[in-house]
Design a protein around this ligand. Structure first.
Ligand SMILES: Cc1cc2nc3c(=O)[nH]c(=O)nc-3n(C[C@H](O)[C@H](O)[C@H](O)COP(=O)(O)OP(=O)(O)OC[C@H]3O[C@@H](n4cnc5c(N)ncnc54)[C@H](O)[C@@H]3O)c2cc1C
Length: 406
């Protein structure tokens, strides 16, 4: 097992006894990361989706960690998911974004809110990567405030007709199916979730290339023009779409936090190697004290980020068995927001220090730390921005009557 990650797994094992099956899943994440490493690097340089990644992840069972065995998954808890995401985060956030969307935002959401027919139809295929999924909440005019979305549905001839635009959607142009959120035409409040087949008439998709990182992740804009969706494709109760969305975001937010711990590990690993091999002023740069200070800071960041993420995973593991416990839900939301806020900030800072240690070579996409730097910035934006996490954290301390953004 990769050394930095192996230390983290041992840390986790000092608090939680991983079963033989769980340890195998974690070891598989390590194997998948090894197998994916060069491919991810090559696709990154070409600025293209890593098309081999879904198959390799599925081969190691990594797209089904929280999905029950009945539907082909591993039926494991967030503690295992966090370790898996952490290891893959060492490769940057491209693969991590794919897993987040396919597994946490889509499959796990269908598992929680879908009926039996929907679960049978979608979960085994998502786990095997036979189908790619996307999650369409954000719109050009509705980001941090998703409840203001404009995509509308109306009943027509026994089906629903969807009209609107979804923006910045990961897997957007490659997805076979997509969870889409829309409000009832004429009623801003009644938001409902739908599972939409992207082959339906009236859907047009455009890839968004002009990103400043995350080059191996597909990002798209999707327009819906009178798209007919069968009634049986409603996900969860009609009018309860925001509950569906918030539960999905909670899963994915923890996933982002975990992959940020991986970014810090990747930054540390590369920095140590560089510090030992690069010679300037007659000695390895790792012998210069100011380089040691950067390395120490990245290690501190790793410790500061890891524990809030692990703690959030423990609480979320409890919550998975108690979805009706409101107090526990609030506690989990707070823990997950703290984990994401802390880990994403420290990931970006660590990648920045790693670039500094690598000098001019670091300021290029040829260096793995250049890739980590470009990728890690998005973690402070997607699945809820820094500011939104701050408002959530403050609200949990000040009380609901101080909620600043509802
Ligand atoms: C690469 C990428 C992939 C993505 N993938 C997906 C996906 O798969 N599916 C999906 O649905 N979405 C996706 N998103 C969208 C992402 O979730 C949004 O970008 C994010 O929620 C922020 O929304 P916004 O970009 O519209 O920013 P805005 O909401 O316009 O925010 C702009 C700024 O204002 C701040 N702000 C907003 N409201 C408040 C407030 N009340 N108080 C204080 N500050 C505030 C924000 O924090 C931010 O700093 C993706 C985004 C990116 C960049």
């Amino acid at each position: 097992m990769e050394e930095t990650f192996s230390r983290s797994v041992n840390d986790m094992r000092s608090l939680y006894k991983l079963s033989a099956e769980e340890l195998k899943a974690v070891e598989n994440a390590d194997k998948a990361a090894e197998e994916l490493s060069i491919l991810e690097y090559e696709h990154y340089l070409k600025h293209e989706f890593n098309k081999e990644a879904p198959g390799i992840l599925a081969k190691y069972g990594l797209l089904g960690i929280p999905i029950s065995k009945e539907y082909g998954g591993l039926g494991m808890n967030p503690i295992v998911s966090v370790l898996v995401k952490q290891r893959l985060g060492q490769l940057g956030l491209g693969i991590s974004s794919f897993i987040n969307v396919q597994m946490f935002l889509c499959a796990q959401t269908i598992q929680r809110w879908g009926n039996t027919a929907q679960k049978e139809e979608h979960l085994p295929r998502a786990v095997k990567s036979e189908r790619v999924y996307a999650f369409g909440l954000t719109e050009p005019e509705a980001g941090s405030d998703p409840a203001s979305l404009q995509t509308a549905y109306e009943e027509k001839s026994g089906n629903y007709l969807l009209n609107g635009t979804k923006y910045l959607i990961s897997n957007g142009t490659i997805a076979d199916h997509m969870i889409v959120f829309a409000h009832e035409k004429g009623s801003q409040k009644e938001i409902t979730a739908f599972i939409v087949d992207t082959k339906a008439n009236g859907i047009s998709r455009t890839e968004l290339h002009e990103k400043i990182g995350l080059f191996t992740s597909d990002t798209g804009m999707i327009e819906f023009d009178d798209v007919s969706v069968p009634k049986e494709n409603v996900l969860g109760p009609v009018g309860k779409g925001m509950n569906v969305a918030y539960s999905a975001l909670l899963n994915a937010r923890l996933g982002v936090a975990a992959s940020c711990v991986g970014v810090i590990e990747g930054s540390l690993r590369a920095s140590i190697e560089r510090a030992k091999s690069r010679v300037q002023h007659g000695k390895e740069i790792g012998k210069h004290q100011l380089i040691q200070q950067h390395i120490s800071a990245i290690k501190q960041n790793l410790e500061m980020a890891k524990w809030p993420v692990y703690f959030a995973a423990f609480r979320k593991a409890e919550y998975e068995h108690n979805h009706d416990d409101k107090q526990l839900m609030e506690e989990v939301e707070l823990r997950v927001s703290l984990a994401k806020r802390i880990a994403s900030r420290l990931a970006f800072e660590s990648a920045d220090r790693a670039v500094q240690i690598h000098g001019g070579f670091g300021y290029s996409l040829i260096s793995p730390v250049g890739q980590l730097f470009c990728d890690s910035r998005v973690a402070r934006i997607y699945e809820g921005t820094d500011e939104i996490q701050d408002l959530k954290i403050a609200e949990s301390l000040l009380g609901r009557e101080f909620a600043a953004y509802k």
